[in-house]
Design a protein around this ligand. Structure first.
Ligand SMILES: Nc1ncnc2c1ncn2[C@@H]1O[C@H](COS(=O)(=O)NC(=O)C[C@H](N)c2cccc(Br)c2)[C@@H](O)[C@H]1O
Length: 518
C-alpha cells in the first residue's frame, strides 16, 4: 500500500481514463484546448525529471508563482510527486509580501510561470521558469546532502500563507495525508464527478484554488481555470463559462456581484451550469436570492471552512430561500469530520438556538503553522469537552448557532464580536439587517475609532447606484430592527466594497475608508 500522496491521488484517472480532459483552457491564440490526463501526467513527469536532477531533498520547499493553469497544476504535482512542499503565490502578490514569504519559508527554488513580469527580489535560493517548453532552471539551488528518499503521507504537500488579516501572514502546513483524506471525503460526498467541468476562479495562493484542482482531478472531471481578466466584465465571464461548457463554478460571493448588478439575464445562457460552490464569507442574501432566480436549475452549495482543514462543510442552499431566513446554514461537517459548538465556559452547546464557538474534529487537519509553534498551539488544541483523550481539534474562531436538527448557522468571527457599552455586538447581524433595506445589495459594518471612542459605521452597496441612499431612512430602519446599541452612527453608499486579493471584504481598507473624514 503506497503512502498517501497528492500526485498519486490526482493522477489516478490518468491510468483509468487517460484521454479524458484534465484541464480546459485557452491556448496561446485564445482557442480553447483540452489537456488530457495523459498529457498532464507527461508534463508532470517532465518537470519532475528536471526537479529530481537538482538534488533537492524531501521537504525542501518550492515557491510556485503562477495563476492556475495546466502548467501550474503540473508544477504543483511534480513537486508533490517528489515530496517537495509547494508554496503557491499569485503574480499579483506585492513584492513586499512575497519577500516576507520567501524569507519565512527559505525555498530551495522559486519557479515562476512563463511570461510573468520581472520582480525586484533578492536572490533567495534557486530560480526557474516553467511553461509549455518545460522547466528552465536559471539559477540552480544550492545542493545539500540528500538525507531522504521516501515520501511519507505525513510529509508536507503544501504551505499556504493566510492573508494575515490579524497581523503577519501565517504558513498553513498541509500534509499529503490530510489533503488526500479531505479530497476522498469530497469524492464520497459526490461534489463533482467524471464529465464535470469545474471552473476555478480564485488566485492560486488561496486554497479555494487548490480545492478546485483537487476536487476536479480526484473526481476524473476537468478543471477550467478562469483568468482574472475574464472576471472583470460580466459579459466576458459568462461568455467564457458558456464556451467552456462549465458545469460547476467555484468562487467567493463577490465573484457574482458584478453580473448580478449589471447583467443578471446573461446567466440564463449558462444552460450546462449544474452547481455553484461558494466559500470564504457569507453570501449577502439579496444577491443569493437573485442568483437563485437567474440559475433556477443550479445547486447552490455554501462551502464553509478554513485553510487549516481546507474546508469543513458543504450545505445546499434551500431553493427558494425562505423569505424570513436571515442566516445561511453551514449544516454538518463533511463525511469523516465533525463540528461541535463549545460555549465560553468550555461546555458543549446542545440547546438549539444557543451560540458557541465551532471546533472541528477531523483527520484532515493541518500539521501546524510554518515555524510558529505558538500560533499552532492556539488553534490545534485538546478537545475542550473531553481533553483526556489527548486528541487535538481545530479551534476555528468562528461562532455559530445550533439549529433544531444539529445543523449550524454561521454567526461570525469570535474576534469580530465587539463590545459596545457592555453588550456583545455581532457585526454580521447588523450587516444582515442592512441587506434587508430595499435597494441594498451588500453591506459591511465597522467599529471605527472616533474621538477616543468607537462608533459603528456602515457601508452599503446599492442595487442601483444612481438611486442614492437616504442615510436617515437607513438608520431609522436599523433602529426599528435592532437594539439601540447596534444601530450604526452613519451609513455610507459605496460603489463597491473593498476586496482582498482572495476576493473577500477587506475590513482593514473598509475601516480606513469609513474613518476618513467625509
Ligand atoms: N461559507 C462561509 N460562510 C461564512 N464564513 C466563511 C465561510 N467560509 C469561510 N468563512 C470564513 O473564512 C474563514 C476561513 O478563511 S480562510 O482560511 O481564508 N479559508 C477560506 O476562506 C476558504 C476555505 N479554506 C475553503 C477552501 C475551499 C473550499 C471551501 Br468550502 C472553503 C472561516 O474561519 C470563516 O470565518
Amino acid at each position: 500500500m503506497e503512502p498517501d500522496n497528492l500526485y498519486r491521488l490526482l493522477m489516478a484517472p490518468a491510468a483509468a481514463t487517460p484521454d479524458q480532459p484534465a484541464v480546459v483552457q485557452p491556448d496561446e491564440d485564445g482557442v480553447l484546448e483540452e489537456i488530457s490526463y495523459r498529457a498532464l501526467d507527461d508534463r508532470i513527469r517532465e518537470y519532475a525529471t528536471v526537479l529530481d536532477g537538482l538534488g533537492l531533498d524531501v521537504g525542501d520547499r518550492v515557491v510556485v508563482e503562477a495563476d492556475t493553469s495546466a502548467a501550474a497544476v503540473a508544477m504543483l504535482l511534480a513537486c508533490a510527486k517528489l515530496g517537495l512542499p509547494f508554496v503557491p503565490v499569485s503574480p499579483q502578490t506585492p513584492d513586499s509580501r512575497l519577500r516576507t514569504i520567501l524569507q519565512s519559508v527559505g525555498p530551495a527554488l522559486h519557479v515562476r510561470a512563463d511570461g510573468l513580469a520581472d520582480r525586484e527580489l533578492a536572490e533567495v535560493g534557486g530560480r526557474g521558469r516553467f511553461g509549455r517548453d518545460g522547466l528552465v532552471v536559471e539559477l540552480p539551488p544550492v545542493r545539500g546532502p540528500r538525507r531522504r528518499r521516501a515520501v511519507l503521507g505525513t510529509d508536507t504537500a503544501y504551505i499556504v500563507f493566510t492573508s494575515g488579516s490579524t497581523g503577519r501572514p501565517k504558513g498553513v502546513v498541509m500534509s499529503h495525508r490530510s489533503i488526500v483524506t479531505f479530497l476522498r471525503a469530497m469524492r464520497a460526498d459526490g461534489l463533482a464527478g467524471p464529465g464535470d467541468r469545474v471552473a476555478s476562479t480564485s488566485p492560486l495562493q488561496f486554497d479555494f484554488a487548490l480545492f478546485g484542482i483537487g476536487v476536479a482531478l480526484s473526481s476524473g472531471a476537468a478543471l477550467v481555470p478562469v483568468r482574472r481578466e475574464q472576471l472583470d466584465s460580466p459579459r466576458r465571464m459568462v461568455a467564457f463559462l458558456r464556451e467552456a461548457e462549465v458545469t460547476q463554478v467555484h468562487g467567493v460571493p463577490s465573484l457574482w456581484r458584478p453580473v448580478l448588478r449589471h447583467d443578471p439575464d446573461l446567466l440564463s445562457g449558462l444552460t450546462r451550469l449544474r452547481s455553484v460552490v461558494f466559500a470564504g464569507e457569507e453570501f449577502p442574501l439579496p444577491e443569493l436570492r437573485r442568483l437563485q432566480e437567474t440559475l433556477p436549475a443550479a445547486r447552490l452549495v455554501n462551502g464553509y471552512g478554513a485553510t487549516e482543514s481546507m474546508a469543513a462543510s458543504f450545505t445546499d442552499v434551500p431553493n427558494p430561500l425562505p423569505a424570513g431566513q436571515d442566516r445561511l446554514s453551514i449544516g454538518h461537517a463533511h463525511t469523516g469530520a465533525e463540528m461541535t459548538l463549545v460555549d465560553q465556559h468550555g461546555a458543549a452547546v446542545t440547546e438549539p438556538g444557543q451560540v458557541g464557538e465551532i471546533y472541528l474534529r477531523s483527520p484532515a487537519l493541518f500539521t501546524g503553522y510554518w515555524n510558529d509553534p505558538g500560533a499552532t498551539a492556539g488553534v490545534l488544541v485538546l478537545d475542550p469537552i473531553e481533553p483526556r483523550h489527548g486528541q487535538k481539534v481545530l479551534r476555528t474562531g468562528d461562532l455559530a448557532r445550533l439549529g433544531e436538527q444539529g445543523e449550524l448557522y454561521f454567526i461570525g468571527r469570535a474576534d469580530f464580536q465587539v463590545q459596545i457599552r457592555g453588550n456583545r455586538v455581532e457585526l454580521g447581524e447588523i450587516e444582515g439587517t442592512l441587506t434587508r433595506l430595499p435597494g441594498v445589495t451588500a453591506a459591511a459594518v465597522s467599529l471605527v475609532p472616533r474621538l477616543g471612542n468607537h462608533v459603528l459605521m456602515a457601508a452599503v452597496v446599492l442595487d442601483d447606484p444612481a438611486a442614492g441612499l437616504d442615510q436617515a431612512e437607513a438608520i431609522a430602519f436599523c433602529a426599528k430592527e435592532l437594539p439601540a446599541y447596534m444601530v450604526p452612527r452613519s451609513v455610507h453608499a459605496l460603489s463597491e466594497l473593498p476586496l482582498t486579493e482572495n476576493g473577500k471584504v477587506d475590513r482593514a481598507v473598509l475601516n480606513r475608508t469609513l474613518a476618513a473624514p467625509r
